[in-house]
Design a protein around this ligand. Structure first.
Ligand SMILES: [Zn+2]
Length: 542
């Protein structure tokens, strides 16, 4: 598909990346003084000031929003913050009898983000819509024109072919149609009053606790002109056991209907005699956070851009751990990516001037649902149609060198083919995401760009370490996930060598330099769900 040898000749030689500098930057960003880098906190002000200062010192120009005719260093990101006030009440009414449901126990409903301040749903009918997928390019429509106005859609998680392992949705690997975010969005497009996703551990890839914690928490969203276009009034999940009994009372067999839903012929089924009631108030506020943006302007085609991105935010100050530590420092997640972004900026600012512009985008609110990147991708500072591609970095390994690397989730795109070819010249082999059914592709910032059709991926450090091999790499990964991931102990360590990053960042530099010095436009694979969106702007790239 790509003549990688020919492309490699276009790129300038990669500079070296200083592991000490990476370490110092991670140390500062993850120090207690930065308070865990929560958006719209004192920690944000410190982080923005520090990153801007580092970007300046690295030789970058401001690449953010234009004020008084000049680019600034940041892009303001207005975010809506939503909380259910008090205890919400939910009830299932079956043939005249009401069954109260407890928030967090049988049901987990988010604070509404459709603009409602007070939700009072009285006896809304329930309709099972299978996997809730409308995919014209796959000739698949679970809705078949059903009227969902005033009704609650009950939907299964993952793709219609997840259980069978083969079909039109990538088999075991999850497409975007399988993500719960898609189920919520499609239900809104279908005009439903609400949507309840049936929780099953295998297709969700996590247990009920994760569903409960993430849905009953404070919610954030970008500020939208028409929020009801993407959010129904009621968005939530129910436990599988509850779903099975609901179906039974309506004279339906959950498992048999699920089988039907795995076929094109499936038609929505009303849960006769059953309705849902819900009553709660929503406390909504708007806060403003910031994306930080540095720039190296292109010498020949400055209106065409290559983006490197990483999120700066972490969880801020929260519940104390066993040692009483309340600061979620986020050293690995994602001070490492932010430091790598600053150093990548230094490499481009001091290297030969690229023909296309290179943008260094340090986004906010990733931990709140990829919101900084979502805001940028829907309010781009540089036209999306002329953005060549996005190389995202999140939670990089600060330890030793590996023989391989991977990306968050698997996707078919020429950008990845090109990366794999470059990596070979650095002695790095590409390893496919070992768990594509978990839908990691949809859980990192590159995905916000993919949704707008912009080719994008998230680089991830490898697990086959030069010292210790896969056994050591897997063991270190397990320790991180269990003891440090999203915990106050994700802290900087003097023992970190940053040798892996010093080795791999030149590879990511080379890929970006190839893109920035070519006139090619790598696209998504032919059967990718993002290709059609990209192709809509094809005339901008002639
Ligand atoms: Zn992260």
């Amino acid at each position: 598909m790509l003549a990688s040898a020919a492309i490699a000749d276009d790129a300038p030689k990669a500079p070296t990346f200083d592991p000490h500098r990476l370490s110092e930057e991670v140390k500062t960003l993850s120090s207690d003084a930065f308070e865990g880098r929560g958006p719209a906190t004192e920690g944000e002000a410190k982080t923005v000031a520090y990153v801007v200062e580092q970007m300046k010192a690295a030789g970058l120009q401001p690449g953010g929003a234009i004020e008084n005719g000049k680019r600034t260093w940041t892009q303001p990101v207005p975010l809506g913050r939503f909380e259910i006030s008090g205890t919400p009440s939910f009830a299932l009414n079956a043939n005249g009898k009401a069954q109260a449901l407890t928030q967090g126990k049988e049901i987990a409903v988010r604070a509404s983000m459709d603009g409602s301040r007070s939700v009072d749903i009285e006896g809304a009918p329930l309709v099972f819509v299978g996997y809730g997928v409308k995919a014209p390019e796959r000739n698949w429509d679970d809705f078949k024109g059903v009227d969902l106005k005033g009704k609650i859609a009950v939907v299964l998680v993952n793709d219609p072919d997840f259980e069978t392992g083969k079909g039109d949705f990538g088999g075991k690997a999850m497409t975007y149609y399988g993500r719960w975010t898609y189920k919520y969005e499609e239900a809104a497009r279908q005009g439903a009053l609400g949507v309840l996703v049936v929780h099953e551990t295998a297709p969700a890839s996590y247990g009920w606790n994760t569903v409960k914690n993430s849905n009953t928490n404070t919610m954030f969203d970008i500020v939208r002109d028409k929020p009801s276009e993407v959010h129904t009034r009621l968005e939530g999940w129910i436990q599988r056991d509850l779903a099975v009994s609901m179906f039974k009372r309506a004279g339906l067999d959950f498992d048999a209907l699920k089988k039907q839903a795995q076929t094109r012929a499936f038609k929505p089924v009303a849960l006769k005699g059953e309705t849902l009631s819900a009553k709660f108030d929503v406390d909504a506020k708007v806060i403003t956070s910031r994306n930080i943006v540095g720039l190296v302007e292109g010498s020949k085609r400055p209106d065409e851009t290559v983006i490197y991105s990483a999120h700066w935010d972490h969880l801020g100050i929260g519940e104390p751990d066993a040692k009483g530590d309340r600061i979620y420092n986020g050293a690995v997640d994602n001070a490492t990516g932010t430091a790598a972004l600053i150093e990548m900026g230094r490499a481009f600012a001091h290297g030969p001037k690229p023909e296309r512009s290179v943008v260094f985008l340090n986004v906010t609110a990733e931990e709140k649902g990829l919101l900084g990147s979502e805001y940028y991708a829907t309010h781009p500072l540089y036209p999306a149609g002329k953005t060549v591609g996005v190389i995202n970095m999140d939670a990089l390994d600060p330890n030793g060198q590996a023989r391989n690397f991977t990306t968050s989730g698997s996707a078919k795109l020429e950008l990845l083919d090109q990366l794999v070819a470059v990596a070979k010249t650095y002695g790095l082999s590409y390893e496919n995401d070992p768990h594509p059914e978990a839908g990691s592709f949809f859980r990192s910032d590159h995905f916000s760009f993919a949704k707008q059709g912009v080719p994008a991926f998230s680089y991830e450090s490898g697990n086959d370490l030069v010292v210790g091999g896969k056994a050591a790499g897997e063991a270190a990964g397990k320790v991180y996930n269990k003891e440090h991931y999203h915990q106050p102990s994700d802290e900087w360590k003097a023992s970190w060598t940053f040798a892996g990053l010093a080795h791999d960042l030149p590879m990511l530099y080379t890929l970006g330099a190839q893109l920035a010095n070519s006139d090619r436009w790598p696209n998504w694979g032919k059967d990718s769900e993002f290709r059609a969106i990209r192709d809509k702007t094809a005339d901008q790239r002639k």
